[in-house]
Design a binder for this molecule. Sequence first.
Ligand code: PDD
Length: 285
Amino acid sequence: MIYLNGQFMPVEKAQVSVLDRGFIFGDGVYEVIPVYGRKAFRLAEHLRRLQHSLDGIRLANPHNNAEWTRIIGQLIAYHPGEDQYLYLHITRGVAERDHAFPNPPVAPTVFMLGKPLRTPPLERIKNGIACITATDNRWLRCDIKAISLLPNVLLRQLAIDAGCAETILLRDDQWLTEGAASNIFVVRDGTLLAPPKDHLMLPGITYDVILEIAAANHIPYQVRRISKAEVCAADELLLTSSTKEVLAVTRLDGKPVGAGIPGAMFSKMHQLYQTFKRDVMRHHD
Ligand code: PDD
């Protein structure tokens, strides 16, 4: 069952007009929210980021937080799994093709899908993943979680073509921003380094959790610009996202990262992240 514009229906029954601005222009925003033990993880933070994205594209939020919480709860209830993956997608609606916003505005298209959450297999947790680097050639509003993901799609495919899992992006071929669909941390001399949350990267919900965990566990960390040289000389590289959680990057551009196996910071973070998830869920009402 999926949710479309106020109704739940089987995915085969769901229909959207070919004139939808999401289809025509990629004019919309989205969220991916993990569900653990049938509870949406960090829902308030995901809804806050959704509002930021909607504000960024000047689209009114079709629902208040109480309504979103109710709809998301209903969607979760339709699915059997304890751990789920929720995809939430809002476009500027259906209108004659014209770049300008429809005037008067039309109803947005609101779509939500739930499916089983597939976190990374044990093999990837134990061995880490291989990544490549590429120049970040995206626009200057990467803080908006826009559905127009063509640059991210093309950048990720570079990694796939090279037999790797993710592409790590360097703005101006010099500064670390993030992965094509993930955030990236560097570990140097026991300190966790994170690029600043500015217009050049998506403010990851998992990214925030990692920094909260670091602060709570007295793990030294710094939020600052990170150079390509620091990425290439890292003791460890960590990759985070709602679906990947935390993974170690053990090879970069064909060379081992540090010792070429998941390191001490990864092991600690991965374990603390799992504990954090369980604790949050236990205290969630
Ligand atoms: N992507 N940066 C980009 C470009 C992303 O697409 C994502 C997540 C992240 C990590 O954000 P979070 O921790 O909130 O998941 C960073 C999702 C999972 C996706 O597009 O499927």
